[in-house]
Design a protein around this ligand. Sequence first.
Ligand SMILES: Nc1ncnc2c1ncn2[C@@H]1O[C@H](COP(=O)(O)OP(=O)(O)OP(=O)(O)O)[C@@H](O)[C@H]1O
Length: 254
Amino acid sequence: MTKPILVLKDIVTLVNKGTSSETRILKDLNLTINDGDFITIVGANGAGKSTLFNVIGGNLPIDAGKLLLHETDITNESEEERTKFLSRVFQDPKLGTAPRMTVAENLLLALNRGAKRRLKPRQLKQHMNEFTKLAATMNNGLENRMDTATGDLSGGQRQALSFLMATLKRPDVILLDEHTAALDPRTSQELLHATNQRINEDNLTALMITHHLEDALKYGNRLVVLDDGQIKADFKGPDKQKLTMEQLYQYFEV
Ligand SMILES: Nc1ncnc2c1ncn2[C@@H]1O[C@H](COP(=O)(O)OP(=O)(O)OP(=O)(O)O)[C@@H](O)[C@H]1O
């Protein structure tokens, strides 16, 4: 049986609180994320997709409703506390990695996350084999650049590294915030393919925002349509498999 990992219950988020321009962005949003779910999220500009990730990540406060992780109320936990169970990959290749550090050092940083330990050369040596194997799963030559400073990588390699760093410690939930949007079409497809493979093989739980409906249909076991701060549709399993581009496109017609 599938177990809920994260539950969003009647979530409300306000901006410009207490002013005449106070606005509700998320409007009693309900979403249950189960163990092993790979959910693609689509919606028009301004629908609330990034706000949803900010609320889950603790970057934005929740004004009403509850956020439960494994049935524990984490509504008021800080962003820092949530990094223990959550990781996020952003659209911008410059975010997520330390540019002056090498690929291997960045992976070690990710492995030591939360441990407050300094990087030791001995530790790097110890993990090099494992890191190189891991980098090879991205199928973009990252394994040949283990000693390269991250700032000198291609955008695709850098995003692949950010993704690996985000998955290394098997967080309960991974948020992919249009993580291939800044890449050329071919590189984007390659990274999506590698992303999908790793999520499926390791049975990770992930949410992925995308503006590419083909990708939203192709990947994941669920597809969620966000509209005006609410979940407009949530296609699962066979329903998602049957869903067509034309049907999905209708949600974007005004
Ligand atoms: N801090 C804020 N102050 C005022 N309005 C905000 C703030 N954050 C978000 N909004 C508004 O909330 C709405 C949802 O924004 P959000 O960025 O979540 O949408 P999105 O679906 O991610 O859009 P996009 O596809 O363009 O990235 C938008 O109308 C946006 O202008």
